[in-house]
Structure formats: C-alpha cells, structure tokens
Design a protein around this ligand. Structure first.
Ligand SMILES: NC(=O)c1ccc[n+]([C@@H]2O[C@H](COP(=O)([O-])OP(=O)(O)OC[C@H]3O[C@@H](n4cnc5c(N)ncnc54)[C@H](O)[C@@H]3O)[C@@H](O)[C@H]2O)c1
Length: 253
C-alpha cells in the first residue's frame, strides 16, 4: 500500500484510546497528524508521543459539538500543512444508562457528541477536500446499535446507527468530488473509556469474543489506514467490523 507521506490526517478524540491508535498508525505510515481532542493537554501530550520534534504532529483542543471548534481544527491543518487528506471522525462517548433512568439531557448530549460531532467534523473538512478533488473520511461507529444491541446503551446504539445513515447519504453527495466516506465498527477495544465500564462488563464481553481477546486501539487503526488509502478508492459508504468475531456466532456456544 502506498505510503501516507505528504498526506495530512485529522483524528478527533485522539488524545487516548482508539483515536490515539488511529493517529499512531497513520503517523507510522507517514502522514502528518492533527490530534484533536476535548482534552487539550492530552492532545498535546499525545502529539508529542507521535512526534517529539512537533514537525509531523500537533495537538489542539477541540469540542466536536461546537462548529467554531471544528472549523478551527480544519483551518489549523490547512494553515500548517496546506491540505487535508484524511479525516478520522472518532470522538465519542458511551455512558451506560438504562432506559428507565435516561434523561432527555443524556440523550441530547450523546447525540451532540457522537452524531453532530461527526457531522461538524465532516463539514469542516469538506471544502478543502473538495478543492483538492481528494479525501478519505472514516467514521468510528460501533457494532452496538449498527449490528447488535446491549442493555443500557439504547441512546448510544441510536447514535452509532445514526452515524451510518449520515455516512450513506453524505457518501453520495461527495462522491463526484473524489471523496469517500466509510465507517469502522469496533467491538470491544481496550481503551481508558472501555476500562471505565468495569470488570463485570469485561468478563461478559470476553466470553463472547471468538478470537478470545479484546482488541487493541491499533487494530482499529489499521482498518482506518486501509480505508484511508488511495488504494481503497472504489469503496465508499461501507462498513468494516473489527470485533474478533463477536457478532459472528449463530449460537452462544
Ligand atoms: N472502546 C470500545 O470498545 C469501542 C467500541 C466501539 C466503538 N467505540 C467508539 O470509539 C470511539 C473512541 O472510543 P474510546 O474507547 O477510545 O473512548 P475513550 O473514552 O477512551 O477516548 C475518547 C476520547 O474522545 C475525547 N472526546 C470526548 N468527547 C469529545 C468531544 N466533545 N470533542 C472532542 N473529543 C472528545 C475524549 O477526551 C477522549 O480522549 C468512540 O466513538 C466510541 O463510541 C469504542
């Protein structure tokens, strides 16, 4: 696969977890990387881990729910490196809230981060990608909501399925400009956010994974790297599951 040297990638939610895994793979493959995250010090630290000299990575504080922030994110990438080749719209939250306890504010917040956040990041990058006649956008959805359900995650599942609806129509709108939009659907990946769900959640999930282990953030990163390559030019509006086979079994044993 062609190197990403000379290409510019923006990864949201990249201070840690899956976003950092994506950023690590893209930087390792040669891309210049913008590490965008609500946690600004975390974004700067993550960028320094990718490139201590600061030449090929920089971190910025971005709240993806805010249009002004995503606009600044795209503008900073262009002013620094002159282009945007890849957007990995990955920032997301997944608090466990049973339906009986779910408040309108919880629902609005998760929709704002996971769905509006992906939309605003896409909209911010589209003018530059369109002017280039080239772009690769990869959304981080989930198996939850898109393929399977899980108690306590009705609101979350709704956002991850909504991201796919967004992707399919958006992919049609931007196709003529040489831009593809695809989605990765992770299963259970070892991240700080996943660790917060506790040992009982981990035990149940591990028992459901045929490959017998949780995924690593870079496992998602490599899937994004493929969809972000020039060679993935004939793939758009599609999903790729990275879950160790979790959604595969027809029966529980
Ligand atoms: N870990 C998993 O098992 C798993 C599975 C399926 C999907 N996902 C998805 O992967 C993505 C990342 O999950 P993770 O496990 O790495 O989470 P994480 O909590 O470990 O990291 C998420 C990062 O996103 C940032 N973030 C949160 N809200 C933001 C906002 N408004 N603007 C900018 N940045 C923000 C956080 O500061 C954090 O650095 C999410 O979209 C999540 O839904 C995760």
């Amino acid at each position: 696969m062609e190197s990403l040297r000379g290409q510019v990638a923006i990864v949201t939610g990249a201070a840690r977890g899956i976003g950092f895994g994506i950023a690590t793979v893209l930087r390792g493959e040669g891309a210049d990387v913008v590490v965008a995250d609500l946690d600004e010090p975390g974004a700067r630290t993550a960028a320094a881990r990718l490139d201590g000299a600061g030449e090929h990575a920089f971190g910025i504080g971005v709240d993806v729910t805010r249009e002004a922030d995503t606009a600044r994110m795209a503008a900073d990438a262009v002013s620094r490196w002159g282009r945007i080749d890849v957007l990995a719209a990955n920032a997301g939250i997944y608090p466990h809230v049973p339906l009986a306890d779910l408040q309108v504010a919880d629902f609005d917040q998760i929709m704002a981060v996971n769905v509006r956040g992906a939309l605003l990041a896409i909209q911010a990058c589209l003018p530059q990608m369109t002017s280039q006649g080239y772009g690769r956008i990869v959304l981080t959805s989930s198996i939850t909501g898109s393929v399977v359900g899980q108690p306590g995650y009705a609101h979350y599942g709704a956002t991850k399925a909504a991201m796919l609806g967004l992707m399919r129509s958006a992919a049609l709108e931007v196709a003529a400009a040489g831009i593809t939009i695809n989605a990765v659907l992770p299963g259970n990946i070892q991240t700080p956010g996943f660790a917060d769900l506790g040992p009982e959640h981990r035990r149940r999930m591990l028992a459901a994974i045929p490959l017998g282990k949780f995924g690593e953030p870079e496992d998602v990163g490599w899937a994004v790297r493929f969809l972000a390559s020039r060679q993935a030019r004939y793939i758009t509006g599609q999903t790729l599951i990275i879950d160790g086979g979790q959604v595969l079994p027809e029966s529980a044993e």
